[in-house]
Each structure stands twice: as structure tokens, then as C-alpha cells.
Design a protein around this ligand. Structure first.
Ligand SMILES: NC(=O)c1ccc[n+]([C@@H]2O[C@H](COP(=O)([O-])OP(=O)(O)OC[C@H]3O[C@@H](n4cnc5c(N)ncnc54)[C@H](O)[C@@H]3O)[C@@H](O)[C@H]2O)c1
Ligand SMILES: O=P(O)(O)OC[C@H](O)CO
Length: 346
């Protein structure tokens, strides 16, 4: 791939797809942004702004926008999927016939598909069977679109099985304000980046209830232990959970005012019903669907995930956030688990 001329197709003109397309275009790379609605594509192209999802970024004239999926894919060396994880399969499937064309296929969607319990690279491998598996991966890490669009320093991690391709994607996305690392532990990066959305819901609930900093610190720590235990059981490397996709993303999502999952949880913790909170959101809250998948994965791998269970019960309407806090605080006394050696976390 010639980094200077490599053309990227970004599928999904929400906040993250737009921010990454903006970053690439501003760095001088050819980019086409695909929006599923024709009127949205036309408006973004005409105004050079995505008013609904990322109003503050003025999009360079070079950035092409279309609602034609195949037009967006045409001639692209990199396919970047930035649609919600539960919609990824339906979008990717439409491109199945031409999946040999790109040199890299990258998901930035963070979640676990309901039913299949697949991570997003797993969904892409199934939806795009012609694509060589070694070219399919993710770009994850602590990165809110709003800050990337402002050029605020951000570091992310790309994980693609073929390291040479990962390094090309790394070079493509690097700018003075967007630093990209590589990590060969795809399952670890994906589990970390997806399960943090569950913890962000819990963090937000804590904020809504006014639980305080001690509780947030405990949640991040014990949440990371849950994420690590599940990841290790699925074959991940321990170091990934101390990295950008692990601790990094968990911290940003649990503390940031930009976080969608944390903000949704805050409304629930503050007394709003699930319906009221959903009505107030314009952007996707991945944790809402991923929690059920994580709960199933925990059961499949025999991992105890008490925070995930608590979030799942609240989402399912089986209990109230404060009751779950009381239950978590009064569990049987434990040792801090030696989850890093791969033993089950309790
Ligand atoms: N926003 C961020 O800062 C950020 C950062 C890192 C990762 N992500 C991840 O990126 C993914 C997208 O998040 P976002 O924040 O851009 O979401 P968003 O809600 O801002 O935008 C979602 C986009 O997907 C489109 N979409 C929704 N359903 C669709 C469907 N069925 N088919 C096709 N398109 C559909 C919407 O029209 C919209 O353009 C999520 O998985 C999220 O976890 C987001
Ligand atoms: O913090 P959220 O819920 O907005 O998630 C967005 C990104 O995954 C943060 O890295």
C-alpha cells in the first residue's frame, strides 16, 4: 500500500466515522465517507459539516461523501467500518463480492454481536468470506470523536493479524495529534474495547447516584479484572489489558463527559427510565446490547463477572442500580484475584 495515495472508504457517517474521515482528509489522504441516508450524504457534502453527529469539524473539500456503498468502496485500499456493531453484518454483507479488493479491512465499532457472540472482526470475517483473514482487524483505544476532531492528542491501537498490514494502517492514520500503536493480540484488543462499554454504563450509573471517586476507582479496577479474566479465558494476552485498548479505553469511557455509555448510565442512575434515557440519546450506546453478549460469554467460559451481571439486571429491568451497588458491596469477602495468571477471577 502506498501510504501517500492510499484511498480509504469510511462506512458510517456518525460521529466516529466522520472524525476519522476528517482526520485522514486533513492529513491529505483520499477519503470517501459513506452515509446510509442520501439526504444526510447530500447535506454533509454541501455544507462540509456533519451537523447531526460532529458539528464542529469543517470537512476538507477533498473529502468525498456518498450514500452509494459501492461507489464509496470503489478503488479503496482500506475499508473502515464505523457503524454500530449490531448493524455491522448487514452493511458488510452488501460488499461481500468485492472483499478481495481492499488491502486492509478495519472495524472501529466496539461491541459483541448478539446471538453469535462474535467480536466485530469476527463478524467481518463471516460477512466477507472472500477477504483474507490476515487483513481483517480493528482500530481501538481511548478516542472520543469530539476530541479527535479538535486535534486534541489521542493515542489508539491497530490490531490486524498481518503485522505488515497493521503497520501500513498505523502509518496511514498517524498525524501529529493522532498517535497509532500496533498490537498483535486481536482478541484481547477487541474484548477490552467492547466490554469497557458495559463498565461505562456502570460508571455512569454511579455518577447518577452520586457515589463518588472511591467507588469509581473501585469500579475501574474491578471492571478491568473482569475484562481481563474474560479476555484471558478467550486466549488474549495479559499485557493488552494494561494498554490503550484496555486500561486506556476503560478510563476515558468511565470518566469522560463525551462518553455515550457513561452518559446513558448516568441518566439511569439519576432515576430516568430506560425509555426516557433512550429517547434522550441520538448516538449509539453500544453497551446496551453488548452487555447481554458479555454475560453469555462469561457463562460460556465459566468466568464470574459480577459487575456485568449487575448491569445486565438493571438493563433487563430486574433490579434498580442502588440495589445492585448494595449487592456488589456485600458479596462474600474475597482475595484480590490473581487473574493475571489466567486463573478464574472470583
Ligand atoms: N463516537 C466515538 O467517539 C467513538 C470512538 C471510538 C469508537 N466508537 C465506536 O464506533 C461505532 C460508531 O459509533 P458512533 O459514535 O460513530 O455512533 P453514532 O451514533 O454517532 O453514529 C452511528 C452511525 O451509524 C449509522 N447507522 C446506524 N444504524 C445503521 C445501520 N443499520 N446501517 C447502517 N448505518 C447505520 C447512523 O446513521 C450513524 O451515521 C460504535 O461501535 C462506537 O462504539 C465511537
Ligand atoms: O465512551 P463512549 O461510550 O462514548 O465510547 C466511545 C469510545 O469507545 C471511547 O473510546
Amino acid at each position: 500500500m502506498d501510504i501517500e495515495t492510499a484511498h480509504t472508504a469510511v462506512f458510517g457517517a456518525g460521529s466516529w466515522g466522520t472524525a476519522l474521515a476528517y482526520s485522514l482528509a486533513k492529513a491529505g489522504h483520499p477519503v470517501t465517507l459513506w452515509a446510509r441516508r442520501e439526504d444526510a450524504a447530500r447535506e454533509i457534502a454541501a455544507t462540509r459539516r456533519n451537523a447531526a453527529y460532529l458539528p464542529n469539524a469543517e470537512l476538507p473539500a477533498s473529502l468525498r461523501v456518498t450514500s452509494d456503498l459501492h461507489e464509496a468502496a470503489s478503488g479503496a485500499s482500506v475499508w473502515l467500518f464505523a457503524v454500530p456493531s449490531q448493524s455491522l453484518r448487514s452493511v458488510a454483507t452488501q460488499l461481500a463480492d468485492r472483499a478481495t479488493e481492499p488491502e486492509a479491512i478495519v472495524s472501529v465499532a466496539k461491541g459483541i454481536e448478539n446471538g453469535t457472540l462474535l467480536t466485530t472482526s469476527g463478524v467481518l470475517r463471516e460477512a466477507l468470506p472472500l477477504a483474507p483473514e490476515a487483513r481483517v482487524g480493528v482500530l481501538y483505544g481511548p478516542s472520543h470523536a469530539e476530541e479527535v476532531a479538535l486535534g486534541q492528542p489521542t493515542s489508539v491501537v491497530v490490531s490486524i493479524p498481518d503485522l505488515a498490514i497493521a503497520e501500513q494502517v498505523q502509518a496511514l492514520f498517524m498525524t501529529p495529534s493522532l498517535r497509532v500503536y500496533t498490537n498483535t493480540d486481536l482478541v484481547g484488543v477487541e474484548i477490552a474495547g467492547s466490554v469497557k462499554n458495559v463498565m461505562a454504563l456502570a460508571a455512569g450509573m454511579g455518577d447518577g447516584m452520586g457515589l463518588g471517586d472511591n467507588a469509581k476507582a473501585a469500579l475501574v479496577t474491578r471492571g478491568l479484572a473482569e475484562i481481563t479474566s474474560l479476555g484471558l479465558a478467550m486466549g488474549a494476552a495479559a499485557h493488552t489489558f494494561a494498554g490503550l485498548a484496555g486500561l486506556g479505553d476503560l478510563v476515558v469511557t468511565c470518566f469522560s463527559k463525551h462518553s455515550r455509555n457513561r452518559g446513558f448510565g448516568e441518566m439511569i442512575g439519576g432515576g430516568k427510565s430506560l425509555e426516557e434515557a433512550a429517547d434522550a440519546m441520538t448516538m449509539v450506546v453500544e453497551g446496551m446490547k453488548t452487555t447481554a453478549s458479555v454475560r453469555e460469554l462469561a457463562s460460556r467460559y465459566g468466568i464470574e463477572m459480577p459487575i456485568t451481571e449487575a448491569v445486565a439486571r438493571v438493563i433487563d429491568g430486574e433490579s434498580a442500580p442502588y440495589d445492585e451497588v448494595c449487592s456488589l458491596m456485600t458479596r462474600d469477602p474475597k482475595h484480590e484475584a490473581a487473574h493475571l495468571d489466567g486463573s478464574a477471577f472470583a
